[in-house]
Structure formats: structure tokens, C-alpha cells
Design a protein. Structure first.
Length: 346
């Protein structure tokens, strides 16, 4: 009897042990980092992001002229820095120079650093083919802004520019419309070889054939002090003039400083017509006061155009046009309004 009882107890213990080994509690905890089986689908797993690349940081190298060159360039640089920020998905590097060779050295470094896009406002229109070919070979896409260059269009993706030739022609047409009895002009040029200088100089040079007299023609390299020295030299030399055609506002400002020092009147109905370019707010205010006569617009706010091009290229889209020309106008002191100053002044 005792032996039967012991045998019964052993059977009961074995049965309990088998039940315990098969319980869910006895299973080892699943590895939190383990991937589900290929045929399994977690209900809470996020769907694959079809636009995952949209979150990537885009590396850009931006080559520009010196931001202290003019009010236009300061506004241009500020606009670019605001747009090409980390908050907007960009990793941007900046380089500045008014010299082509220095800009090209910066471009080569950016390409070696592996930037996705090279944004270029060239100091000079010539000599960029080899650098742009290097960028193309490295897979770096080039976008021109502000200024055109003399290069094969296949070497860059897009060109966001002002029409400098049109700017010059619009200004010269306005001056011709003043119907002066004679034209004796001090022509103060920007940095020689730049697209802005070529465009703004070309239209005026063509008027020599119509008997317009260029009393003095020198570069002040966009600088007010140099422009003042040029005009002062003309005054000291006793040369006759009735127009100052300065290729940016800062140089026009320097020219006016020389006129004021010599007590020569300027502006609407005065001895000397003063012309500038860029439409700095303070320059347009000089027109409003009728101290200056004309100012040609040059739009510095190009970053939104560039950003749009980059987004289209990143999405694999084909650009409708390679050259994007911004709309611009000229302002006359006789018709400018405060609203113009507020809306167009930079």
C-alpha cells in the first residue's frame, strides 16, 4: 500500500513539471532589438517614408563678392545666409573675394570638400570652364547667381541673374530722354570684367557714336571713397561735366560728396545729373528729395530662386529654363513715391 502511494505521488509531480515547462511565463522574454520574421508585420510599425531623402542635409559652398562692397552686396549676403541655414536643411560654407583667382581657389576647395551644390557669383565673367568641369566630374552641381559668366551652359544647372545689359540700356535710354543740349559725362565704373560693369558700361559706351562726351571713365571698384577721388580730380582739372553715371549707389554717393565739397549743385533742375544703381533705400530717398535723378534697380534677393531650383533638382525634376532673369526697373526722381522707396529700397 505504501509503495502504491509513493508511485502515485511521483506521477503527480511529473505531470505538474510538464505543465510548467509549457506555460507562457516560462518562455524567454523576446529580444527588444530583434527584427520580426520576414512574414510578420507589426501592427504599430511605421510605414516606410517614401520621401526619406527630403530630410537630408544639403551641403552648399557659396562664393560671393565682399559683403562690404556695397549695400546691395550686404543685402545679398544676408539673404543667402538666412535661407541656407541649418534650420532650412542646409550645411553652408561661405567664401568672399573680388578676385577671380581667389574665388576659383575657394571653389576648388568646396568641390574637394564634397559639397552637393556650388553657388557662384563670379568676380569676373571669364576663366571658369576648368573649375566648373572639375565640379561636374565630382558630381557637384553649379548654380550661378547675381552674375553671368562666359562658360558652356552644360557646365551649370541654372543661372539666376539680373539682366545687366538691360539695366545699362534702361539707364542710358532714360538719360537720352532728358534731351540735354550736350552730354559731358563722368563715368565711374565698377570692378572691371564683372557682369555688372560690362552691362552698365556697354550701353553708355555705345552713345559715344552719338556725340556723347565721356569726360572721365575710371573704375572705383564699387567704392565710395575712390569715386569721390575721381570726381575731385575732374573738378580740380577744370573739366566741364553735367552728368555723373556711377555704376552703383555707393560710388554715386562718393561722387556727390565731391560735388558738395566744391559747392556744385546736383539733382532735379540743378547743374549735375546724378545716376546710380542698386536701389539702396537711402539712395531712393535721395531721389525722393530730388538730390539725385535716377537709380537703376538690381534685385539682391535671389536665395528663394536658388532654393526653388535646388528643391526641383533634388526631386529629379527637369528645369523649365536654365536662365532665370529677375524683373527690374529704373526710378526717376520726378516720379518716385514713398511707396516705391518702401517697396523697392534695400
Amino acid at each position: 500500500m505504501k509503495k502504491k502511494l509513493i508511485a502515485l505521488l511521483m506521477v503527480m509531480v511529473m505531470a505538474f513539471a510538464l505543465t510548467a515547462c509549457g506555460s507562457e511565463e516560462a518562455k524567454p522574454a523576446a529580444d527588444a532589438g530583434a527584427a520580426p520574421a520576414a512574414d510578420e508585420k507589426k501592427d504599430d510599425a511605421p510605414a516606410a517614408d517614401a520621401g526619406a531623402d527630403a530630410g537630408k542635409t544639403i551641403k552648399v559652398g557659396i562664393i560671393n563678392n565682399d559683403p562690404n562692397e556695397s549695400g546691395y552686396r550686404t543685402a545679398n549676403d544676408k539673404d543667402l545666409k538666412a535661407k541656407f541655414s541649418a534650420e532650412n536643411g542646409y550645411d553652408a560654407q561661405f567664401a568672399y573675394s573680388l578676385k577671380n583667382d581667389e574665388q576659383q581657389a575657394s571653389a576648388k576647395k568646396f568641390i574637394e570638400d564634397g559639397v552637393d551644390y556650388l553657388l557662384l557669383s563670379a568676380a569676373d565673367t571669364a576663366g571658369w570652364d576648368s573649375v566648373l568641369k572639375q565640379a561636374q566630374d565630382a558630381g557637384t552641381k553649379v548654380i550661378l547667381f547675381d552674375r553671368t559668366i562666359d562658360a558652356d551652359p552644360s557646365l551649370y544647372e541654372a543661372s539666376i541673374v539680373s539682366d545687366m545689359d538691360k539695366e545699362g540700356q534702361t539707364a542710358v535710354d532714360w538719360l537720352a530722354g532728358q534731351n540735354l543740349s550736350e552730354y559731358n559725362i563722368i563715368h565711374i565704373q565698377g570692378v572691371m570684367g564683372s557682369a555688372a560693369q560690362k552691362g552698365r558700361s556697354g550701353a553708355l559706351d555705345a552713345k559715344k557714336a552719338d556725340g556723347w562726351n565721356i569726360v572721365e571713365q575710371q573704375t572705383a571698384e564699387w567704392n565710395a571713397e575712390k569715386a569721390q577721388q575721381i570726381v575731385q580730380s575732374v573738378i580740380d582739372g577744370g573739366k566741364k561735366f553735367n552728368v555723373i553715371y556711377a555704376e552703383n549707389d555707393d560710388m554715386a554717393k562718393g561722387a556727390v560728396a565731391a560735388l558738395d565739397k566744391a559747392n556744385i549743385s546736383h539733382g532735379v533742375g540743378k547743374d549735375v545729373i546724378v545716376m546710380g544703381f542698386d536701389c539702396n533705400k537711402w539712395a531712393l530717398e535721395e531721389l525722393l528729395k530730388k538730390n539725385w535723378n535716377y537709380d537703376g534697380q538690381c534685385n539682391p534677393f535671389q536665395s528663394s530662386y536658388i532654393d526653388d531650383v535646388i528643391k526641383k533638382l533634388e526631386a529629379g525634376e527637369t528645369l523649365a529654363e536654365k536662365t532665370i532673369v529677375m524683373d527690374e526697373k529704373g526710378f526717376d526722381a520726378e516720379s518716385i513715391t514713398q511707396e516705391d522707396v518702401d517697396n523697392y529700397g534695400i
